[in-house]
Write a protein that binds this ligand. Sequence first.
Ligand code: ADP
Ligand code: ZN
Length: 444
Amino acid sequence: MSKFPVPDNSCEFFDQEHESMTREQIEALQVERLKETIARCMKNPIYKQRFEEAGITPDSITSVADVRKLPFTTKQDLRENYPFGLACVPLKECVRLHSSSGTTGNPTVILHTQNDLDEWANQVARNLWMVGLRPDDVFQNSSGYGMFTGGLGFQYGAERLGMLTVPAAAGNSLRQIKFIRDFGTTALHAVPSYVTRLYEVMQEQGVDPRKDTQLKVLAIGAEPHSEEQRKRIENMLGVKAYNSFGMSEMCGPGVGFECKEQNGLHFWEDYYIVEIVDPETLEPVPDGEIGELILTSICREAMPLIRYRTRDLTRVLGRTCPCGRNHIRIDRMRGRSDDMIVLRGVNIFPIQIEKILMQFPELASNYLITLTSDADNDNMLVEVELEELFTDDFPRLLDLEKRIRRALKDEILLTPHIKLVPKGTLPVSEGKAVRVVDKRKVYQ
Ligand code: ADP
Ligand code: ZN
């Protein structure tokens, strides 16, 4: 492609050539780019050995399905080869690295060439254009900058689109609100849990986002959130909120994004080959069935990843869309397999609990799940903030608790303890929200 697409304002596509490809064109490009990627990976001794053991050369690929011949790559591989072991170009060709937090063991490092960064900016710009943003918009990025890819990733993408960009970074809600008002911010990127906090501060300050700001589009992502949470955010701020999916291993934000139809995330198949597999057998699951998302980056130079096991659980929704893009549509993430709570033999995702809580207008958006164990059993406590304070109205509180318990039991098949707390009492993180605290004893 031309390195920097330059669409005109009336065009619905930022990069028409790639966004409006037919399925046949997408697959032909994927085969071509996968072959190139394999050739690039073979310059790395670890990949080379793996491919040789599996008898793979670029010529082994004649269709997209041949990707299944390739070995998987895991986060463990990145950790074991920390920091640069999986680089496919000499370090002198790299211009930036990003790194994940590394709370359990070595952090992971992802390298980028200048071309990788340019393509990443194109991807993000494509997404923002897709939801109607144009160079006369003002884009505020309330995401952490630095090693976290949500900062620089959105920054360069919004600049590539040509918007006036406000690198506000995370936190300091009063300053965020001042910037939104003073600079006429029309579009904001933030993690969903932070958006609800921002709205609370607006309320405290007597700021009405519909009247006192020009906000119209939000990009929300980086953490799992429910459809109910999205609707709340849209109603609170009077905006359209679009789900944004990314991960540092694939570049960062920009991997998948919702279009105006809000019917799932378009994952960009000119950049990635998407598979959904059964996490136990690693065999593909049919469209519509939940499995683990596997991504192969086919357009990256410094550190392409082959069949990367993301641990994110989701499903394919379709491969066509009224918006005119035929890139695969993926459902919002259920969560990562590592986030799944196993309580008394029942598997639960925090998002299932969120979905129920958000259906109660009496409840605010912040909640915390704590798991504990006593002599007999494991227990779950769900603390959730009240939208209004009516803690002295006991019959009303008891009735609400009862209704929440019943609704949760229907969803997760267990009856958790419920604690209703005043708004603003549960912790809020500036980055990704911590929704579960596991205090259970670990016996094994
Ligand atoms: P870390 O692995 O340290 O959290 P990343 O920022 O690369 O660093 O996180 C990527 C992960 O964040 C994804 O694998 C996924 O679990 C989660 N994630 C990102 N965007 C979304 C989203 N829109 N919905 C749900 N989960 C998301
Ligand atoms: Zn679409």
